[in-house]
Design a protein around this ligand. Structure first.
Ligand code: GTP
Ligand code: MG
Length: 230
């Protein structure tokens, strides 16, 4: 993985050696299916029944969580996006044709949010990640221009402790050079070795130009209910 990650000729960021053409096609087919907003939740008591396997998107405010959900599903307005950090305050659930639930989590680390608001968001997100038996993978989004921040570190520690399988997904890679992408991937990959619940592979994505989106679809398609696919 490291050799591929440092290859400046790699077409869409770090090569993902365990993703082949059939996986990409499975991901494409799955994410071409209908996707519907199910519910927005503001308190841990109102989480929907954990009937479907879930993949969640977490990260700092403004990192691009809602934009990534839209890019994956090929929509522009499914999840609400904004220039104003802290836009998504609730946990939003989207059902991908009854086979996979996509979960857009509120952002963290937004300094200007009122303290009580911040506490509430953290409590909600924490309750979700700690108590969700059907959470198959959490995508921890990191803005490729900024790298991992202390608030991301705190989240990784929480996920390690809760034994939630998570994977770093770089966002907004359209904004950085191929070399910067390779350097950041290398630094983060070395760092992830210290985190027991972290998946070693890092995906680089852009909701703007579609980089890495087919690969992320392929990875997430593996989490869907298998007997309802195809
Ligand atoms: N250049 C670029 N901008 C992006 C990309 N993804 C998101 N953005 C922009 O980043 C800003 C925040 O995007 P959101 O998707 O709303 O971010 P979020 O993580 O859901 O934010 P909160 O809900 O506030 O936590 C918007 O202005 C997006 O247009 C990307 O891949 N490339
Ligand atoms: Mg959002």
């Amino acid at each position: 993985m490291m050799a591929a990650a440092m290859d400046p000729a790699a077409p869409s960021g770090p090569a993902a050696p365990d993703i082949d053409a059939a996986d990409i096609e499975a991901g494409r087919l799955l994410f071409a299916r209908r996707c519907d907003f199910v519910t927005g939740v503001v308190s841990p008591g109102n989480l929907p029944e954990p009937r479907l396997p879930e993949v969640a998107f977490a990260g700092r405010s403004n990192v691009g969580k809602s934009s990534l959900v839209n890019a994956l599903t090929g929509r522009t307005t499914l999840a609400r996006t904004s220039n104003t950090p802290g836009r998504t305050r609730e946990i939003n659930f989207f059902s991908l044709d009854g086979v996979l639930m996509l979960v857009d989590l509120p952002g963290y680390g937004y300094a200007r949010a009122a303290k009580t608001d911040r506490r509430k968001w953290n409590r909600l997100a924490e309750a979700y990640v700690k108590g969700r038996p059907n959470l198959r993978r959490l995508c921890l989004l990191v803005d490729s221009r900024h790298g991992a921040k202390p608030s991301d570190e705190a989240t990784m520690a929480l996920l390690d402790e809760a034994a939630v399988s998570y994977q770093i997904v770089l966002t907004k890679v359209d904004k950085i050079s191929v070399q910067a992408r390779a350097d950041l991937t290398e630094t983060l990959a070395a760092h992830l070795a210290k985190h027991p619940a972290a998946h070693p592979e890092i995906l680089a994505t852009s909701a703007r130009n579609g980089d890495g989106i087919p690969e992320l679809r392929a990875v997430l398609a593996r989490m869907a209910v298998p007997n309802k696919l195809g």
